[in-house]
Design a binder for this molecule. Structure first.
Ligand code: PGA
Ligand code: ZN
Length: 429
């Protein structure tokens, strides 16, 4: 008694006030589950297609066509499926859509259903979502993963496409790698965030926040952002690099113009080798353990230069580069581009493909960082995904704004209920 009886989708709003899809799966045993779909701003060009209505309403961002696709094209094909058969359901949707980028139904339509199927499957299996996710991965990839609580990456200064300030690098993150538990890591992070706010106030800098809840002041340079964070760490009697490390997401695709990395805030235009040197210099001056999208999504040569220079001492995460796509990741593995992948399920559109990508990363010793999108909802499913697949790292914004904090709060509950669950801690040691 766990078959899909009906699917209902409605238009709701994400953390930027843009329309997005919420989808409810009803089963013939009376149970149901509701999903919500996130949305990016600094999107990779090879991401699966997010179907928007266009036109005047909602600035063209309505999702009513995608919702119609759920009701008229997806639901009729899925009625009667056992909701626990995640892979068959996802593959059915992929086949019916028939396009490489899920452009017929919209990846947002397909993902809304895929996520609701996952949640409903956990319900009928009477398992917490993260445990059920662990089992689904086992079924899809024939590998049993060790579950663990992740070390969080908290984006406490926002720039790039996520803020209206002059900072080109999109994300300045802290990672409490020296904490002994997830909750201790969160306590440190919250205190550092508070310390940073005080420092900004003392200097008459803005404490307004960007899309991911980090502060978004105008600053002189990237170094100034990093030094403010280091001061905030030290003001809490914590040691930068030992207790708390730093991570960056350059989102370099956004400032790559005419084959140059254009740092407007610093009036610099750099070639790939020069930008690689720039990042090398930052990482040798500061305790930076991870750099995401240090190069443009199609600057493969630049990625190779950066990986050769920094890959042995720093995690180099491909976000726009890999777009959670098995084929793109395989290319990166073959050419030794980066050593880590950012995982965002709406870049690819189904849970099955997301899990296949993580499996490929695991097999080739690429780390997987589970990630939110800059446009989020109160849905906290990525917290369960991260624990269930034991990836060890989650990036879900500052400890501020409920769209970000919902994920950290869910992880705190998972920790509280599972005293024996390992905390990933220093994943770089
Ligand atoms: P996005 O940003 O969701 O706007 O793409 C997050 C990221 O680049 O990691
Ligand atoms: Zn990114």
């Amino acid at each position: 008694m766990s078959n899909i009886q009906s699917i209902q989708a409605i238009q709701v709003f994400d953390s930027r006030g843009s329309p997005t899809i919420s989808c409810e799966i009803h089963l013939n045993n009376g149970s149901s589950f509701i999903s919500m779909v996130p949305s990016g701003a600094s999107t990779g060009s090879r991401e699966a297609l997010e179907l928007r209505d266009g036109g005047k309403d909602y600035m063209g961002k309505g999702v009513m066509n995608a919702i119609d696709n759920i009701h008229n094209l997806i639901a009729p094909a899925l009625i009667g499926f056992d909701v626990r058969d995640q892979q068959s359901i996802d593959e059915k949707m992929i086949a019916l859509d028939g396009s490489i980028t899920k452009s017929n139904f919209g990846a947002n339509a397909i993902l809304g259903v895929s996520l609701a199927v996952l949640g409903a499957g956990a319900k009928v299996s009477e398992q917490p979502l993260y445990k059920y996710i662990n089992n689904v991965f086992h079924e899809i990839n024939s590998v049993k993963l060790d579950m663990q609580l992740p070390v969080p990456m908290l984006n406490i200064i926002n720039g790039g496409e996520h803020a209206d300030n002059n900072i080109d690098i999109q994300e300045f993150m802290i990672m409490p790698v020296g904490a002994t538990s997830f909750s201790q890591g969160m306590q440190w992070s919250v205190e550092i965030y508070g310390g940073l706010k005080k420092l900004l106030q003392q200097r008459n800098l803005s404490t307004g926040v960007g899309d991911e809840g980090g502060f978004a002041p105008n600053l002189q340079s990237h170094e100034e952002a990093i030094e403010l964070i280091i001061e905030a760490i030290e003001s809490n009697n914590l040691k930068p690099g030992l207790d708390v490390s730093l991570a960056l997401d350059c989102a370099a695709t956004e400032f790559y113009e005419n084959n140059l990395y254009s740092l407007k805030g610093e009036a610099l235009k750099l070639t790939s080798p020069e930008f690689s040197k720039y990042l090398e210099s930052l990482s040798s001056s500061y305790p930076i353990v991870s750099i995401e999208d240090g190069m443009d999504e199609s600057d493969y040569k630049g990625w190779k230069t950066l990986t050769d220079a920094l890959g042995s001492k720093c995690q180099l995460v491909g976000d726009d580069l890999f777009v959670t796509n098995v084929a793109e990741l395989q290319k990166g593995i073959d050419e030794s581009l980066g050593n880590s992948i950012l995982i965002k399920f709406n870049q690819i559109g189904t849970i099955t493909e997301t899990m296949q990508t993580i499996h490929l990363a695991n097999e080739h010793h690429f780390s997987s960082v589970i990630s939110h999108r800059s446009g989020e909802t109160e849905d906290s499913i990525i917290a369960d995904l991260c624990v269930g697949l034991g990836t060890g790292q989650i990036k879900t914004g500052a400890p501020c704004r409920s769209d970000r904090v919902a994920k950290y709060n869910r992880l705190l509950w998972i920790e509280a209920k599972n005293k024996n669950l390992k905390f990933a801690g220093n994943v770089f040691s």
